[in-house]
Ligand binder design. Structure first.
Ligand SMILES: Cc1cc2nc3c(=O)[nH]c(=O)nc-3n(C[C@H](O)[C@H](O)[C@H](O)COP(=O)(O)O)c2cc1C
Length: 174
C-alpha cells in the first residue's frame, strides 16, 4: 500500500493561507503521515535518526512548502543537508531511499506567466527545481512531476478547494 510522508516546511504557518488549507485538508488521510518540520524543530536541531526512520517507513515522499527565493524555506534545506547522508542516502552503500517516489507540492506568489523564459522570473519552475530533482535522483528516488500552485496569494475559495482536491487525489490514488 502507498504510504506517504509529507515533509512540510512553512516558517510562519499562522500567516499561511494556502499551505495551511492544503495541509489541514490532507491531515488524517489513510496512509499519510505529516511531518511538520518547523513545528518539530523550531531551533533547527533536526533529529536525524528520527527522520531517517520516518523516511524508511514510507514509499512516497512529498516536499511541501511555499517557494522562498526560488527555493525551499531554510529548514528544509537544513533537512537535506543533515538527513541525506553519504553512505545512507547516496554514495557507496547509500541505498536507503532507492526506489522511493518524491513529489514537490509548492505554492508560489508569482503567476504561471511569470515563470516563463520571457516572464518576470525569466525561468520556469522546472528550471528552478532542478536541484531538488537531482537530489532525489542522486538518492535513487524518482522525482515525479511537481504539483505547483501558482499565484497562491490570490486564490479564491473555489480555487483553493480545487487545489486541495488535486492534492488529495494524488495522495489517495496515484
Ligand atoms: C521570504 C519569502 C520569499 C519568497 N520568495 C518567493 C519567490 O521566490 N517566488 C515566488 O513566486 N513567491 C515567493 N514568495 C511568496 C510565497 O511563495 C507565497 O507567499 C506563498 O507561497 C503563499 O503560501 P502561504 O499562504 O501558505 O504562505 C516569498 C515569500 C516570502 C515570505
Amino acid at each position: 500500500m502507498k504510504k506517504t510522508l509529507i515533509l512540510f516546511a512553512h516558517p510562519a504557518l499562522e500567516k499561511s493561507r494556502m499551505n495551511r488549507a492544503l495541509l489541514e485538508g490532507v491531515s488524517g488521510l489513510n496512509g499519510v503521515t505529516i511531518n511538520d518540520l518547523y513545528e518539530k524543530y523550531p531551533d533547527y536541531h533536526i533529529d536525524i535518526e528520527r527522520e531517517k526512520a520516518l523516511m524508511k517507513e514510507h514509499s512516497h515522499i512529498v516536499w511541501q512548502h511555499p517557494l522562498y527565493w526560488y527555493s525551499t524555506p531554510a529548514l528544509m534545506k537544513e533537512w537535506f543537508d543533515r538527513v541525506l547522508q553519504y553512505g545512507w542516502a547516496y554514495g557507496k552503500n547509500g541505498k536507503a531511499l532507492a526506489g522511493k517516489i518524491v513529489k514537490s507540492v509548492i505554492t508560489t506568489g508569482g503567476s504561471k506567466e511569470a515563470y516563463q523564459s520571457n516572464g518576470h522570473n525569466n525561468y520556469t519552475m522546472e528550471t528552478f527545481l532542478r536541484p531538488l530533482e537531482q537530489t532525489a535522483r542522486l538518492c535513487g528516488m524518482t522525482y515525479e512531476e511537481p504539483m505547483i500552485f501558482y499565484g497562491a496569494l490570490h486564490k479564491d475559495e473555489t480555487e483553493l478547494s480545487a487545489a486541495l482536491e488535486r492534492y488529495r487525489n494524488w495522495l489517495l490514488n496515484d
